[in-house]
Design a protein around this ligand. Structure first.
Ligand SMILES: Nc1ncnc2c1ncn2[C@@H]1O[C@H](COP(=O)(O)OP(=O)(O)OP(=O)(O)O)[C@@H](O)[C@H]1O
Ligand SMILES: [Mg+2]
Length: 268
């Protein structure tokens, strides 16, 4: 089965063929399994066992874990991202064999990081989730740039568009010209909605806009906003980019929906 996963620093997004996207908290707690009081499990309450480790994830980690963290990292070549992806495939993926597309920030979308991510995913994974064991086999894996990929949802055949992907731990800036990624106009700022001690929306919007303007983005450019911070920052970014708009009515899942579009194209 073909599936797309965006294992974000705050929220994991999953979508499969003919499915609506799912979003669950990326938080993971390790070694938390002993509980005297058990609650009725919510849809995103997860107990996991994998590679000799165990713990909570999702809403269960947020609410019950003593050690819950959602690792906010510039790259997604690490155990936490892998576990988020595998949980998504276990819980929402149809069948046991998958061809997947996952995301990586633009700045670290390098050959060596992409290779590390592919190596991490390809092959067989034995994951027990809420006492259900599933052997997940990943046959093919591609790594797509966050933010830039989302631009493909709207990019025309001619002309240039910009995308700003405002996540919890990073902001991706992307430029797409004639439906092709433009490397020079694309990069990552490694702070996001949850990187500040006291987030001030207007000040953060000014910081984001200033970084783009320094790279010669113009006030008249066609700018699309995606990611969980898009809705809140849009009114403030309008002061700098007057044609900026939300990519559609669900900017949080724009990246993962674009990954699925790419997966269909690559895997047929
Ligand atoms: N209902 C919500 N639940 C969680 N976060 C929300 C919600 N509404 C808006 N947000 C904002 O969205 C942010 C998460 O956005 P998003 O899911 O795009 O980040 P991410 O992809 O997990 O992070 P990154 O791109 O840095 O890996 C949160 O930090 C918060 O500021
Ligand atoms: Mg993101």
């Amino acid at each position: 089965m073909i599936a797309a996963i965006d294992p974000g620093n705050r929220n994991t997004k999953f979508v499969g063929l003919q499915q609506n996207p799912f979003i669950f908290p990326s938080a993971i707690g390790v070694n938390d399994l002993e509980r005297n009081l058990k609650r009725d499990p919510g849809p995103y309450d997860f107990e996991w066992r994998y590679e000799g480790k165990c713990g909570f994830a999702g809403t269960l980690a947020l609410e019950e874990s003593e050690y819950a963290e959602s690792r906010k990292d510039d790259s997604k070549a690490h155990f936490d991202a892998k576990l988020r992806t595998l949980i998504a495939l276990h819980r929402f993926g149809a069948g046991n064999e998958f061809d997947i597309v996952v995301g990586q920030p633009i700045e670290t979308h390098t050959d060596s990081e992409k290779l590390a991510i592919k190596k991490m995913y390809l092959g067989r994974h034995d994951l027990t989730l809420n006492d259900q064991r599933k052997i997940i086999t990943i046959n093919r894996c591609e790594v797509s740039p966050e933010g830039a990929a989302a631009g493909l949802l709207v990019a025309p055949n001619t002309g240039m568009i910009r995308v700003i992907d405002i996540g919890s731990g990073s902001v991706n800036f992307a430029t797409i010209i004639n439906r092709k990624f433009n490397n020079r106009g694309s990069w990552t700022f490694t702070e996001g909605m949850e990187s500040k001690r006291d987030l001030q929306l207007a000040a953060f919007a000014r910081q984001i806009a200033s970084k783009a303007i320094a790279r010669k983005w113009l006030a008249t450019d066609k700018v699309y906003l995606v990611g969980g911070g898009a809705l809140e920052l849009h009114p403030f970014l309008m002061d700098y980019f007057r044609h900026s708009q939300l990519i559609d009515d669900d900017p949080s899942t724009a990246n993962v929906r674009a990954f699925l579009m790419i997966a269909r194209r690559v895997y047929g």
